[in-house]
Ligand binder design. Sequence first.
Ligand SMILES: Cc1ncc(COP(=O)(O)O)c(C=O)c1O
Ligand SMILES: N[C@@H](CCOP(=O)(O)O)C(=O)O
Length: 412
Amino acid sequence: MKLECVHCGQTRNWQQFIIKCPCGGRLEVKQDVTGLDGEKLKGIFRERLGERMSVYASGVWRYKELIFPELPEDRIVTKYEGNTGLYAPETIRKSLGIRGLYFKAQSENPSGSFKDNGMTVAVSHGRHLGYTRFACSSTGNTSASLAMYAAMGESSSYVFVPESGISQNKVLQTLAYGARVIRFDGTYDDGIAFLERHAKDLGLYVCNSINPFRIAGQKSIIYEAAQYLNWELPDWIVVPGGALSNVTAIGKGIEDLWTLGMIPKRPRIALVQAEGASPFHKMMAAGAEELRPEPQPQTVASALNIGNPPSWKAARRVLEFCRGVTCSVTDEEILASKQIIDRSGIGCEPASAASLAGLRKLMAEKVIDKEETALCILTGNLLKDTQVLSGMMEHERMVRSDLTVKGTERWL
Ligand SMILES: Cc1ncc(COP(=O)(O)O)c(C=O)c1O
Ligand SMILES: N[C@@H](CCOP(=O)(O)O)C(=O)O
């Protein structure tokens, strides 16, 4: 494994970690998987499904050969992340009229979001290099995940969180794990710019998705979905997008599985952004060469409130590979889809519901055909954002009883 600059192509080994190439380009993990035997790997991964207390019981480290083969096992900080549910909600499928529908609930991760799939790898790598101070800019999920793994790894975490427009629950969760929370006026993008400039001088190991080990870990989401589906993925993978780490990771994961002959066909990716924070979709729809950052992103799905997605170049490349499409959805569409997912019993935070909202839109536009099948990635837990939840609650569902049979049966 090596690190390669997406801009100038310069390579370095994974021990010589820096957050940005001296030329200003982002770094990617490059791992040559061509020497591996796909069928043999399937056997190894199947056997590990029965593991309990070893690192291979993790739904990320089960796929270590495809994620970070060089890292010594005893350096791994894990909370047995991954191993999340794959659901086929029949009522929603029927109402959409689609042939097959799955939800992969990364919301069931230990800190409640898909960030754990990548964070276990970033924190393990940082600790292996000798770092004890970890940092991120965050709208709340990355910070909660980082704070949890830093605590598990007996290290410190320092998280930069915008003063407004984020979920209070996520900040409380981050504080509870023992992080130092540093508030600032600005957006996630401003926090990233600060860390890119100053983290090295401050001795901080950055755990945002500009860290390529995060992306490497998040590839496991699609490996796990493929394994659960007996190595046959649906026609479409539908992913909500903010910083664009997840779409990048899922695309890279598909590329690995395809290169190794582990899946018979390459699924397409549909990337869904919230309308008020959709610079990537706008660029793709316009066929533009460069992304124009959105200085004041605005959406009810606070996790998607990102105007300058760091991974846009890599995301564009993987979408090309997967014949991907993009779309944007309104806050109303997000909340309507969230209610559908919540009432199915699976539940999710608003950002995750962008996936179902996008699927509905792309079906209405006939981009996705009802004879096809789709897998929506649910990225964060229902309880992550109770502010939005209480705003949405239909209070007529909450009633009073005087605890007599007469006073109760009228509600049944
Ligand atoms: C719950 C949730 N969903 C979706 C996203 C978007 O993912 P990405 O930033 O990797 O595009 C995020 C954070 O970025 C998130 O926290
Ligand atoms: N929603 C994210 C913002 C993107 O963070 P990153 O981990 O991709 O850098 C958050 O939870 O902070």
